[in-house]
Design a protein around this ligand. Structure first.
Ligand code: HEC
Ligand code: HEC
Length: 304
């Protein structure tokens, strides 16, 4: 057992365990043998409280003693069958990993065929299947909800997956790639390029104008020139974004980091980074397939 660096430690612990059990038995025996005869005067422990409250020195009741004996027998049987005595593995050979693997095997036998059936189907077809959606939702709550929300509605910095607006694409294959490989969206800070705080404010007003928000048109027209040279490389000349690199569409009034003037200025000055972890190392193909179908179905539902 890896917990013990040297075999002596195992012996040491086993010895303490055995000695303690024997000591308990001896102590019980010593306390239980002497019965008090009917007319014999019971001694006291010598303690007195509240002037006249004395503690009698009666032996423990029989049934109580037996309970203790039973626990001792139980511990001996347990230590013979199961691991517990130093590094001794117990005669049953039980291990917690073994039990876990058995449970996984049983789950695989039960759910494996269902998962394989869906894996063989097209994602759009799976998305329309109520049973698959129910499984997909459970998986989503387990693996995705902590970031995307239990209703997949997202939060600041974590995209909504049900609004039909996609950073990387909403086709079944794009969703699957997002889950399998993960995504890393990076916008470097642009403060120096746009000319500091004032420049950032101008560009921010142009960005506001793109989605029809209230803006200062003078600032916006100054900002447009900067946008067209600096920002278009990633967000496109029309500001509609680029799904290859996850640059958001700035014209649709859907915001990942916030659409107020202050939030946009912050984005421009400090940059933004979003990371969707890759799931291929701990989710198998069938689970990723079901999850992709579930996510696909979410926005298909809203008709977008
Ligand atoms: C640790 C947080 C985290 C977890 C867990 C997580 N995601 Fe994400 N996910 C993100 C972030 C952040 C992004 C946006 C990445 C970016 O800004 O470029 C994202 C992006 C996505 C996208 C792309 C969205 C788009 O608009 O193109 C999909 C699809 C997605 N996640 C699905 C899932 C699914 C399904 C799960 C569960 C298996 C999951 N995510 C688990 C944080 C997470
Ligand atoms: C190198 C590519 C790149 C450049 C250049 C770039 N951006 Fe971005 N921008 C991105 C990416 C990628 C994101 C998404 C970051 C994330 O995933 O969290 C983003 C996010 C944003 C957002 C947040 C959108 C939202 O929904 O909250 C705004 C606003 C924005 N950019 C504006 C600009 C402006 C204005 C400029 C020019 C000054 C600019 N960007 C330059 C790549 C870029």
């Amino acid at each position: 057992m890896s917990d013990f660096t040297h075999e002596a430690w195992s012996l040491y612990i086993a010895l303490i365990t055995v000695v303690s059990i024997i000591a308990c038995a001896v102590l019980l025996k010593a306390l239980s043998t002497r019965r008090v005869a009917k007319d014999e005067q019971v001694g006291t422990t010598g303690h007195t409280w509240d002037e006249d409250l004395t503690e009698l020195n009666n032996p423990l009741p029989r049934w109580w003693m037996w309970l203790f004996y039973i626990t001792i027998v139980f511990s001996v049987v347990y230590l013979v069958l199961y691991p517990g005595l130093g590094s001794f593995r117990g005669y049953l050979g039980w291990t917690s990993t073994g039990q876990f693997e058995d449970e996984v095997k049983r789950a695989e036998a039960r759910f494996g065929p269902i998962y394989r059936k869906f894996l063989a189907q097209d994602i759009k077809q799976v998305a329309a299947d109520p049973e698959a959606r129910a499984i997909g939702q459970k998986l989503f709550l387990n693996y995705c909800a902590q970031c995307h929300g239990s209703d997949a509605g997202g939060a600041k910095g974590f995209p909504s997956l049900r609004d039909g607006d996609w950073l990387y694409g909403g086709e079944p294959e794009a969703i699957k790639t997002s889950i399998t490989e993960g995504r890393a969206g990076l916008m470097p800070p642009q403060g120096a390029l746009v000319g500091g705080d004032e420049g950032a404010k101008d560009v921010a007003h142009y960005v506001l104008s793109l989605s029809g928000r209230t803006h200062d048109s003078l600032r916006a027209s100054r900002g447009k020139a900067k946008f067209d040279t600096i920002c278009m490389a990633c967000h496109g000349l029309d500001g509609k974004g680029n799904k290859q690199i996850g640059a958001p569409n700035l014209t649709d009034n859907v915001w990942l980091h916030g659409g107020t003037e202050a939030a946009i200025i912050e984005t421009i000055l400090k940059g933004r980074k979003g990371e969707m972890p890759a799931h291929k190392d701990f989710l198998d193909a069938a689970k990723i397939h079901l999850l992709a179908a579930y996510v696909y179905g979410l926005s298909a539902e809203t008709g977008k």
